[in-house]
Design a protein around this ligand. Structure first.
Ligand code: SF4
Length: 401
């Protein structure tokens, strides 16, 4: 729910401040799914507010359940931009003295519709960027997942990772505002250390996060032990090569004292050889506050192949021998394309929306040019036109793989 809209609607009716607290409590702590469920409000007021303030800033278009107990939501913003959110279930060993399995739930949220960074192994990267999500569109993904009340039935979610669509540090302010809401005792009250931001190495974001008072975790999608391999799979490496990224990480570590999680996707024949493991160990250094998560590659319609379990285990053993802690992360929701790198609402939808955005911008520009008598501005390519040309090129590239 967009609280700016809510505050304005309540102020217009001269309602006391406790009404806003009641509404936000119902939405963010009790995980009400609609105005009908905010039963602390008189019915007539609920009906009035429903006309003016959408209960959620995102709409669920499709819901899929995985065999492993995870769920994926395909959502849209109110102006039609697609995004996805996943709730992953991880089963723990049985609780002592019981035969009950313990399950933990992690919400994977998107920070953008699409992404501009075009990592070659990632389905989202093939979409191009739609737009940044607002703080409420990020928070509402979490609330939509909590409303499903899977597991214990109370909507409990244990962890949040900003690892869905998009590069979170391209949308820094909205991501941080959403995290503060998740962390707030007036919201879901999730401990900051249970929230992780994953970046491909956007240095200004890492530097800024180092100075934040909130104790969120940082994960770095590294995926390669040297610039040559990294540059071949992640175009962002041209802007921020490894030495700059790791320098920023070390400063972050010095300032915060917190461990950094290194995400490393295992791609057969690309980055998974013993010499890559040795190079990675050398790059990170022993006992330096890095923990490497080796990740199974999930099919995303490219011609990459995931490394075998044996290769991954051998890679992890080399890291451990050299003093770098490592673990092998098991993918969740792979059967519903909800695993790492697989999040991509249809490219066609993004293209359609880009076209609509372009038309709207052109109309705006033309109206402005006519009004000011600057007719020559009608010939100038707009940001929307450049964006669409870029998106078309990416879509064609993705289709040709
Ligand atoms: S891996 Fe992340 S940064 Fe790279 S294209 Fe996908 S969403 Fe964007």
């Amino acid at each position: 729910m967009d609280t700016a809209l809510l505050t304005a609607a309540l102020a217009k009716r001269k309602l006391p401040a406790f009404r806003e607290r009641q509404i936000l409590h119902a939405a963010r702590r009790e995980f009400a799914a609609s105005w009908d469920e905010v039963t602390t409000l008189p019915k007539a007021l609920r009906v009035e507010l429903a006309e003016e303030v959408p209960f959620s800033t995102v709409t669920v278009e499709h819901e899929e359940r995985s065999k492993d107990g995870s769920i994926k939501l395909r959502l849209a913003t109110h102006d039609g931009f697609p995004l996805e959110a996943v709730l992953m279930r991880f089963d723990q060993p049985h609780a002592r003295g019981t035969d009950k399995k313990l399950s933990r739930y992690t919400a994977c949220l998107s920070s953008q519709s699409g992404c501009a960074l075009a990592c070659t192994f990632c389905a989202t990267g093939s979409m191009g960027l739609g737009r940044n999500l607002t703080e409420f569109e990020i928070l509402d993904q979490f609330l939509e997942l909590a409303q499903r009340r899977i597991g214990t039935g109370d909507g409990r979610i244990d962890n949040v990772v900003m690892m869905g669509m998009g590069e979170p540090f391209h949308n820094y302010d909205n991501v941080m505002a959403a995290i503060k809401n998740l962390n707030s005792p007036d919201g879901p009250g999730l401990a900051a250390r249970r929230i992780a931001i994953s970046t491909v190495g956007w240095v200004p974001g890492i530097e800024k996060l180092a100075d934040e008072p909130i104790q969120v975790k940082l994960a770095l999608s590294l995926h390669a032990p040297n610039d040559q391999v990294r540059g071949s799979i992640m175009p962002v490496n041209r802007k921020f090569p490894l030495d700059r990224v790791l320098k920023a990480c070390r400063t972050y570590r010095t300032k915060t004292g917190r461990r950094i999680f290194i995400e490393y996707l295992m791609l057969e024949g690309v980055n998974d050889q013993p010499e890559h493991a040795k190079e990675l160990a050398h790059l990170l250094g022993p006992d330096n506050g890095f923990h490497v998560n080796l990740i199974a590659y999930n099919p995303t319609g490219t011609d990459y192949i995931g490394s075998s379990d044996e290769v991954v285990r051998h890679f992890a053993a080399i890291l451990e021998r050299k003093g770098v802690s490592a673990s092998y992360r098991i993918s969740r929701a792979r059967d519903i394309s909800g695993a790492c790198g697989q999040l991509a609402a249809p490219v066609a939808a993004a293209k359609r929306k880009a076209r609509e955005a372009k038309i709207a911008r052109m109309a705006e520009r033309d109206a402005e040019a006519k009004a000011t008598g600057h007719a020559e501005r009608l010939e100038t390519p707009t940001e929307g036109e450049r964006f669409e040309a870029d998106l078309e090129a990416r879509a064609a590239e993705a289709a040709s793989v």
